[in-house]
Ligand binder design. Structure first.
Ligand code: EZ4
Ligand code: CO
Length: 415
């Protein structure tokens, strides 16, 4: 840049710190401060990685924050590249969650400086609201359907169904707390049991009963949570075709993206994957090969808004839509960021929405709201989420792990 060009006013980063709080579950939040006196501002970023919270807190505090002080908060892309390329060690959930937190906070700051809700800066709203799906679950098919009916009454037009598997004491997605499913349940990992042969026949029965009870004017989804082999997933997809699922999620683990080629060859059930992905490289082959229909990468675990926009743009070329992860372990800061992002991109698909507890909502006052099956981020400048720090301080960190999973013969398998 030549010296003769006028320089835009910088927003100098003066401080940054990590806030860890446990209002029912652990959340890690990055707060970045800019300017001084009357010109002071701040932004928030979610840095929560379920069961590994303190690793991200350390990555931020010990390695990232010292490099941020004095930088211009307006230079979001340059800071992203600095943290990604500059670290030499790239990718991975801890790194990418930390980068995401910085990125979210910087977008929050920029949008506050512009006096606009973030979606305006991202190009403006492409739709009137963000359609979401809720989670209906129960020990039995009947209980799950009764829950789904409750979600219908609340206005949801898309519902994920998870039911207990006969012969297994517990399974993923089924909980006592109906509105806030929380899988991180122990100070040491709980050991669960898994049997694919017990699970596989139970799912088509659930969806057959659900269609009979709920009709066809509602979108239904199911999460396999990485538990099948490709050929088992192919068979499940085929068995579910009569019930027209909106998507079948994480039917196999996807370190090997080619797994999905086999599933795709056998079924027209739409496929979703990606909540554990942390970069565009994890989904490049899936997208370019048109092996999936929905990409579930989300703001907090995939490098922030800056990186998620890149993933969504690639996906759009191949008619793949977004379906951002939105479980309770993603804080209201991430939920807000996802809503601004969802509102602004052309290829939005559907947003997961597990509600937070009232304790969490009180720690993170927010402008987003739910009505008639849709969320809207609201029109506050920035992300529209704050953190009540004195209240957050009343909930100290509590170690909590996600469960692990074993087959009935004791072998470790995917949870
Ligand atoms: O297991 O967020 O679709 N939602 C999910 C979640 C994940 C948790 C892991 O932290 O799969 O329930
Ligand atoms: Co999932």
């Amino acid at each position: 840049m030549s010296d003769t060009q006028p320089k835009a006013a910088a927003l100098t980063i003066t401080a940054a710190r990590v806030i860890v709080t446990c209002p029912g579950r652990n959340f890690v939040t990055l707060k970045i401060e800019t300017g001084t006196g009357a010109g002071a501002s701040y932004g928030l970023g979610d840095a929560t990685l379920n069961g590994r919270e303190l690793s991200v807190a350390s990555y931020l505090t010990d390695h990232i924050i010292p490099t941020l002080i004095g930088r211009d908060a307006h230079q979001i892309e340059d800071i992203w590249q600095y943290l990604y390329r500059g670290a030499y060690w790239r990718r991975g959930p801890v790194t990418m969650t930390a980068i995401a937190a910085v990125d979210m906070a910087l977008w929050d700051i920029k949008a506050k400086a512009a006096g606009m809700p973030l979606y305006q800066l991202l190009g403006g709203a492409c739709r009137t609201g963000v359609r979401v799906y809720g989670h209906a679950n129960g020990e039995s098919i009947e209980e799950t359907i009764a829950e789904a009916q409750r979600y219908r009454q609340m206005g949801y037009t898309a519902i994920r169904l998870q039911a207990g598997v006969p012969g297994l004491p517990t399974t993923y997605g089924v909980s006592r707390d109906k509105m806030y499913y929380e899988p991180a349940d122990g100070a040491l990992p709980t050991e669960n049991r898994w049997s694919t042969s017990k699970y596989l026949p139970s799912v088509p029965k659930l969806f057959e009963a659900a269609r009979a009870a709920l009709g066809w004017d509602v979108d239904l989804l199911h999460d396999v949570h990485h538990r099948l082999t490709p050929i088992e997933a192919a068979r499940l997809g085929r068995d579910l075709e009569p019930y027209r699922l909106f998507w079948l999620e994480d039917s196999v683990a996807a370190e090997n993206q080619a797994n999905f080629r086999l599933i795709r060859q056998h079924t027209t059930t739409p496929l979703a994957v990606g909540e554990v992905f942390n970069s565009i490289w994890d989904c490049k082959d899936l997208i370019e090969g048109q092996l999936i229909d929905y990409i579930r990468t989300t703001v907090v675990h995939a490098g922030g808004i800056t990186h998620l926009r890149r993933i969504a743009s690639l996906a759009d070329l191949y008619a793949v839509k977004t379906g951002c992860h939105g479980a309770t372990d993603l804080s209201p800061v991430c939920m807000a960021a996802a809503l601004h992002f969802n509102l602004s991109i052309p290829n939005f698909g559907l947003q997961e929405y597990m509600r937070h507890t009232s304790e969490t909502d009180a720690v993170f006052p927010h402008a987003y709201s739910f009505a008639n099956g849709f969320l809207h981020p609201g029109n506050e400048p920035g992300l529209g989420v704050d953190i009540d720090e004195p209240l957050a301080a009343k909930y100290p960190y509590k170690r909590a792990y996600l469960p692990v999973n074993r087959l009935e013969d004791g072998s470790m398998t995917n949870w």
